[in-house]
Design a protein around this ligand. Structure first.
Ligand code: TXA
Ligand code: MG
Length: 343
């Protein structure tokens, strides 16, 4: 028997390019209000909706529907028991999901939401074990991407509470930053009435910073576009670094993750026919295949996953990467690249 053609709709939009700094400005998306309403209703009805965020595309499900959430695991091939981030439309919904919220977490939420930051907080009864992996805390994020925000608002208007959404890739693979990449990763496993919302290329390009707010001081669990320096400036106190603490329960913190099929090597010389990824100031070695030429760290993050995907599309066995140096976003890039290189 041949495989049945799936009726997963892709709703397209043309997103205009915006800079990270512009994200707080009003942005009129080209996904129609009708398309967003249909997607919100699909979530309410227990279907899966993949949607753009400013970081990477998410594979969304109604966070209060155990059956819908369980499909996230089967579609991704993700081991059960790993916690999911719940996406909400605004800081005003925080109390529904989190309790005993420390003042510093409120400050961070006020400063960086909507934005590429996830806060880990003590959970309320709404956050069930099937969301938190049985932990007493829950990951929460208000995304800044206008289609994501419009979807969440509409979904909440229809009576929904929270959208659970991991990155819309197979477990361990490179996160998708375009709707085409989502389709490539998951289309086979999505079902009739699931939806892919197309919002163009993600602006930030790497996953949100994850900050553990369950103790007296914040801890960075996964570095991202909201950097330790930005957090320190906001809180005017040093945040203690701890990348080990939740290693087992947080797959994004595992040793190997975000990995393409090509093998990644650091700071060596690319031979002819090998992939090469570096800031534009580094010249392409003779015969090497340049995968991206970002001029800034922001551009590096935005292009990173599509560059790794393009290495796989071209069937490259080896990619040589020049790791960016320094703190901030460079640290987040090194984190992803080191995990992409690990087997
Ligand atoms: O930018 C992002 O965060 C994207 C977009 C879609 O929002 N989402 C994302 O989700 O990257 P995911 O599941 O691919 O990665 C989330 C990471 C995982 O490593 C997960 O284990 C960790 O966050 N996480 C989620 N809830 C947690 C919790 N309660 N405690 C500790 N870690 C948690
Ligand atoms: Mg992920």
């Amino acid at each position: 028997m041949g495989t049945r053609r799936r009726r997963v709709s892709v709703i397209r939009s043309r997103s205009k390019p915006v800079k990270w700094d512009d994200l707080r400005m009003e942005f009129i998306s080209n996904c129609t209000a009708d398309a967003i309403s249909n997607a919100a209703q699909a979530l309410i009805d227990g279907h899966l909706v993949t949607f753009p965020t400013e970081t990477v595309y998410g594979l969304g499900a109604n966070a209060t529907n155990e059956k819908a959430v369980s499909r996230i695991y089967s579609v991704k091939g993700r081991p059960v028991g790993h916690p999911l981030i719940v996406h909400i439309s605004s800081i005003n919904k925080l109390d529904q999901w989190a309790t005993d919220i420390p003042d510093y977490a409120i400050k961070l939420a006020r400063e960086f939401w909507p934005g590429p930051m996830t806060l880990i907080l003590p959970r309320t009864d709404l956050a069930k074990d099937y969301i938190t992996g049985g932990q007493n805390n829950v990951g929460l994020r208000v995304p800044a991407q206008p289609i994501a925000l419009a979807l969440l608002k509409k979904y909440e208007e229809l009576g929904g509470h929270g959208v659970a959404a991991p990155s819309a890739n197979k477990f361990g693979a490179v996160s998708p930053t375009t709707a085409e990449a989502v389709s490539e990763e998951l289309r086979e496993n999505l079902e009739d009435n699931d939806l892919i919302l197309d919002g163009g290329q993600c602006l930030v390009g790497i996953e949100s910073s994850i900050i553990d707010c369950t103790e007296s001081a914040p801890k960075m669990l996964r570095p991202g576009a909201i950097t330790e320096e930005m957090i320190e400036l906001t809180l005017e106190k040093k945040s203690e670094k701890n990348f080990e603490k939740l290693e087992i329960k947080a797959p994004g913190l595992l040793h190997s993750h975000y990995a393409p099929k090509a093998k990644i090597y650091f700071n060596s010389i690319a031979e002819p026919g090998e992939g090469f990824l570096a800031l534009s100031k580094f010249q392409t070695p003779a015969g090497a295949i340049r995968l991206a030429s970002p001029t800034t760290l922001e551009q590096y993050a935005k292009d990173l996953y599509s560059a790794l995907r393009s290495a796989d599309h071209q069937g490259l066995a080896k990619v040589v990467v020049q790791l960016p140096e320094g703190p901030g976003l460079a640290e987040a890039l090194r984190d992803r690249l080191t995990k992409a290189a690990a087997r």
